[in-house]
Design a protein around this ligand. Structure first.
Ligand code: ZN
Length: 225
């Protein structure tokens, strides 16, 4: 697969077209001179920094918008959803920070985070007359953002094949919570729960596809040894 005048990966033993300094498959430093690709250059590089920057700016906008709207709809009935969004965004960032700092047990940390946010808000809800905004909005929204954060964390970390099972299991678990809430009729409005279930389903599909590709790559590497 390698030909002269082409970069190659010493680990995967594959030729790489274009000017990749690192192997797009395994991240090892490539060897050889880059060849001019017959195709126009399209940047395929997955920029972790750019992703984080976009995510950060989006989060700021979302949080400011949720606070602004709370001011406008102060007397409206469903402020719960606005009250929950910034919590969800904050939870997502905590999970991403755990991943960036390479803390172990991101799965366990995520569960603690969701449970803690849920309990604190349920108590707050209880003290202010039990309008169930905590169950209707906070828990599903925090679960949804946690699922998105896990997906980002999985993309950013180099993981063993076995670790994927833990994250896939957690995605299923976080998706089950709103399903239970809907089944037991604990929510006053099903939209947040439904969105969370949808997010969980999509995340599951993405995870399974990524996992299969990684496993295939692993298999190819082993067969070559
Ligand atoms: Zn490689």
């Amino acid at each position: 697969m390698t030909r002269p005048g082409m970069r190659s990966c010493p680990k995967c033993e594959v030729g790489i077209e274009g000017e990749w300094a690192r192997c797009p498959l395994c991240g090892a430093i490539t060897e050889g001179a880059s060849a001019d690709s017959p195709l126009p250059t399209v940047s395929l590089r997955f920029s972790r920094r750019r992703l984080l920057r976009v995510l950060f700016l989006t989060s700021l906008v979302v949080i400011l918008a949720s606070f602004g709207l709370q001011l406008i709809f102060r007397r409206g009935a469903d402020v719960g959803v606005l009250r929950s969004i910034w919590l969800g965004v904050a939870a997502m960032w905590l999970v991403v920070v755990m991943a960036v700092r390479k803390r172990r047990n991101i799965a366990k940390g995520t569960v603690y985070l969701v449970v803690l946010a849920g309990l604190v808000c349920a108590y707050w809800d209880y003290l202010t007359g039990w309008h169930r905004w905590s169950l209707t909005y906070v828990v599903p929204i925090v679960c949804g953002f946690a699922i998105i954060a896990l997906l980002i964390a999985v993309r950013m970390m180099r993981m063993e094949v076995g670790d994927y099972t833990v994250y896939t299991g957690l995605t299923v678990l976080l998706g089950l919570v709103p399903i239970l809430f809907l089944v037991f009729g604990w929510v006053t409005n099903p939209i947040a729960s439904a969105i969370c279930i949808g997010v969980s389903g999509l995340a599951l599909i993405v995870q399974i596809l990524t996992q299969r590709r990684e496993m295939g790559h692993e298999l190819v590497k082993r067969l070559r040894l």
